[in-house]
Design a protein around this ligand. Structure first.
Ligand SMILES: *Cc1c(COP(=O)(O)O)cnc(C)c1O
Length: 384
């Protein structure tokens, strides 16, 4: 069991399952030990099951989620390529910077905080300014809690601009929101261990479709990155999957074992159940908060993420007071991140193991602490 601590209910890192903690505390093991090779191979195979793809190429590399962007963008973008960012918040702005770093000409189709661009706006941007080598979509923008309907956006892209690669930033959605990579024609999904995948921070995860790998293989210019180059990592990932030893940079052995433990838990529940449980937990949290008279940052429930909730402070409640009062009740929540509204809202993470028994109770613990904190901050809850 985890040592007593304040519950970490932020949008990543999330609470760890005891199997994940045990993996992190395991003895030293060579990165080419047969048992570890088998473990890493299984992690790669299991990530395909999580992303509902048969053929995508997984990459798991030591680094934070942002390294996943470099892994995807450095290998798929060449200088002068056009890229379109479907921008619903801070992570869209940053993705634009990442694309520009590798020489892309970047345009954004933006929406104000809490909103998402309409399908018509996306279609217009694709046709007016294209053709684009890539469109990037933040599935859940963790700064606003806005969920994008990637299936609908992907349909528009496939109809209007069939050669454009579709990259989904799934750092805050993989293993919580449905992503049917093959069925929806998604080319690249990037993620990280510390959100709904349920491991400590330190693993970048990328899955690239066969089409994306073909685009990579037909580059005209060399990859302008050393550590992030797929030329270095592809043979390593293929070796682990074939259960043969290989080495480029030492993998974080215990973190990979932690991800193996977490993926086994996720898949033992089954992806459809995991998605349904996150949706139910999210509906519950949002219903309770709205019942208390609080207003969500996303414009509608349909546009709201299921693994986190971004919610405005009620009138008259000071930001710092509420979060420190919740922490005094042993629940850590996150402040605002979107620069134009940062001081006006806060964020609750409810992803990963909070959908399992017995950890489901963390959600009630969180709502209890928040209710006490609201009252202590001078907020009058509506009478029930
Ligand atoms: C957290 C997050 C990232 C960045 O991940 P790091 O591990 O902090 O580098 C990128 N995109 C989204 C949507 C995120 O939620």
């Amino acid at each position: 069991m985890a040592a007593p601590h304040k519950l970490c209910m932020i949008p990543g890192p999330v609470e760890f399952h005891e199997d994940v903690l045990a993996a992190m505390a395991s003895p030293a093991l060579s990165h080419i030990a047969p048992s570890f090779i088998d473990c890493f191979g299984r992690v790669l195979e299991n990530l395909r099951h999580v992303l509902l793809t048969k053929s995508a190429q997984p990459f798991v590399v030591a680094g934070s989620g942002t390294l996943g962007w470099d892994l995807a963008v450095a290998n798929l973008i060449e200088k002068g390529d056009k890229a379109l960012v479907h921008n619903t918040g801070v992570f869209g702005d940053r993705m634009g910077d990442c694309l520009a770093t590798y020489g892309a000409e970047v345009s954004h189709v933006r929406a104000p905080p809490g909103h998402r661009p309409s399908l018509q706006e996306i279609e217009q941007a694709l046709t007016a300014d294209g053709p684009f080598r890539m469109i990037t979509i933040t599935h859940v923008d963790t700064s606003t809690g806005v969920l994008t309907d990637i299936q609908a956006v992907a349909e528009v892209v496939r109809r209007v601009s069939p050669d454009t690669l579709i990259l989904v930033d799934g750092v805050c959605s993989v293993a919580a929101e449905p992503i049917r990579m093959d069925d929806w024609g998604i080319d690249v999904v990037t993620s990280a261990g510390q959100k709904a995948l349920g491991t400590p921070p330190g693993l970048a995860v990328v899955l690239a479709s066969e089409r994306a790998m073909r685009v990579f293989n037909s580059r005209k210019t060399p990859v302008a990155a050393y550590f992030a180059s797929w030329n270095r990592w592809l043979p390593i990932m293929q070796s682990y999957e074939k259960r043969t030893p290989s080495y480029f940079g030492t993998p974080p052995v215990q973190l990979i074992m932690a991800m193996d433990a977490s993926l086994k838990l996720i898949l033992s529940h089954g992806m459809e159940k995991i998605f349904a449980e996150h949706a139910a937990a999210s509906d519950h949290v949002k219903q309770v908060l709205e019942g208390w008279g609080l207003k969500l940052v996303p414009q509608s429930r349909e546009a709201a993420a299921h693994a986190m909730t971004a919610v405005y402070y009620p009138e008259g409640v000071a930001a710092s007071a509420l979060l420190s009062s919740a922490a005094a009740h042993n629940v850590v929540l996150a402040g605002g991140l979107h620069p134009t509204i940062a001081a006006k809202y806060f964020r609750i993470g409810h992803m990963g193991i909070t959908v399992y028994e017995p950890q489901r109770k963390y959600i009630e613990t969180t709502l209890d602490a928040l209710k006490k904190a609201l009252v202590e901050s001078g907020y009058q809850l509506p009478s029930q």
